[in-house]
Design a protein. Structure first.
Length: 451
């Protein structure tokens, strides 16, 4: 056992953020878009392959008996990390599945309303649309444009609740982010959770960019539902997300997606159906999510390995999580300053200075009105696709680009394997790419696609 991949991680010497950390990833391009898909260091991926190999060598023994035990080890580790009771934490493969699990399990009544915010993740907004199509639920979108203040968002939420109730509607649940995906900004999720509690609205936090990104204490925060990808900022292999449901709400989450062996039908609908897997002695909630069909759930077992690897990170006299979050937060701010300086534009920020309290920064691209026509959706899409493909093919990198509020913005992701020199390089690349857009190169691509 001394030669196990986990033991090798434990034996690693401490290492510094930047180039020292980068040697654990083995990228073939400059990875400036960590926020979209995350990245797992090679020692942690070795742990994943160790469990995959166990499953291949002895499928029944591993899947039926060993896997549930190792899964519990991961549940204990993530629960400790989040300061949450272990019986509230299970895993799903990504945050979108978690949001779907919540919304598809709630029994909506006429006049129930799902409140959500204008910058909701696109797949989650489509989930809301589906729920509205197939249940009595209604939806209410809170409209705003960044950079707005945290106070403005919180006031808009309270105004929405008041307005809905004055019209006889029941604001049943509110969906909001820890950190918005595009643009990449921090939401006042702590204040919004407290406001949900104050106004008797269920809080559903899409923490896709939460775990490993910003400090989280779920016992203190006490949301009704919380989902967060571990494969983005916690360096766990894809796909793995923690799904937190406090005891008071677990009876509501009756089915996984898809419904599997752990589901317990009501007595009048076949309550005698047995689970063919070994009995666990765990709660119905935990048992339900322990096995959801035959999938490669090995990423779930890598939580302890990722946390052990992260404990080796050093920066500025700090260690582990404090070092990682401190380094990435500072680097994100520096990246914004570097890029906005090179491009002679600005960083997206509100008057409180809170949008950038995360590992993202958003910088406006210097594209003139000649390079785009406001409201021309097809042209906007063509430019966006051209920039994305050009960054990948010509520059061996990728940076998330968004057309927002009549301007083009880039979202920069800071991570332990990057340094300021990476963003200096990115500034030069984007200056060149913007010049190529202004010269109309994207039009040639658009024309070729029509031939």
């Amino acid at each position: 056992m001394d030669k196990s991949p986990m033991a090798k991680i434990a034996a690693l010497e401490p290492f510094e953020c930047g180039k020292d950390a980068a040697r654990y990833f083995g990228f073939e391009h400059r990875n400036l878009n960590h926020g979209s898909f995350g990245a797992s260091p090679t020692p942690v991926r070795s742990v994943q392959r160790y469990y995959q190999d166990l499953g291949e060598r002895r499928p029944d023994a591993f899947i039926r008996y060993e896997y549930p035990q190792q899964l519990d080890v991961s549940r204990v580790a993530i629960a400790k990390y989040l300061n949450a009771p272990v019986e509230t934490c299970v895993f799903v493969s990504n945050a979108t599945i978690g949001i779907n699990t919540v919304l598809r399990n709630i029994r909506f009544n006429p006049n129930d309303v799902i409140i959500y915010f204008a910058t909701i993740y696109g797949a989650c907004e489509k989930t809301v649309s589906y729920i509205v199509e197939t249940t009595p639920a209604e939806a209410y979108k809170i409209q705003y444009t960044y950079p707005c203040s945290d106070a403005d968002l919180c006031n808009a939420f309270e105004a929405a609740v008041k307005q809905l109730r004055s019209k006889g509607r029941n604001p049943r649940i509110a969906i909001f982010d820890t950190i918005v995906s595009l643009p990449g900004v921090r939401m006042p999720f702590e204040r919004l959770t407290a406001l949900c509690k104050k106004h008797a609205v269920l809080s559903c936090i899409d923490g896709a960019h939460g775990v490993g990104h910003v400090p989280l204490d779920l016992s203190k925060l006490d949301p009704d539902f919380f989902i967060s990808n571990c494969h983005k900022w916690l360096n766990v292999p894809r796909g793995c997300a923690v799904f937190y449901v406090p005891l008071r709400n677990q009876a509501t989450m009756r089915s996984t997606l898809p419904t599997s062996h752990g589901f317990v039908p009501l007595p009048e609908h076949g309550g005698g159906i047995n689970n063919p897997l070994p009995p666990t002695g765990k709660s119905e909630y935990v048992t339900n999510f322990e096995f959801v069909g035959t999938l490669d759930d090995s990423p779930y077992l890598c939580i302890p390995a990722a946390l052990e690897w992260r404990s080796k990170v050093r920066w500025n006299g700090m260690v582990g999580e404090e070092a990682i979050m401190g380094y990435c937060s500072r680097l994100a701010r520096r990246a914004g300053a570097i890029l906005s300086g090179i491009l002679k534009t600005e960083v997206m920020e509100n008057r409180e200075g809170t949008l950038g309290n995360c590992n993202f920064s958003n910088v406006r691209l210097p594209l003139s009105s000649n390079a785009l026509t406001a409201g021309d959706a097809a042209q906007i899409a063509s430019i966006g696709q051209w920039i994305a493909k050009t960054l990948v093919q010509d520059y061996k990198t990728f940076i998330a680009i968004i057309y927002y509020d009549q301007s083009w913005w880039m979202r920069l992701s800071a991570q332990v394997y990057l340094g300021e020199e990476d963003f200096q390089w990115a500034g030069r690349v984007l200056a060149e790419v913007c010049s190529r857009v202004e010269n109309g190169e994207w039009r040639q691509d658009r024309l070729a696609s029509k031939l």
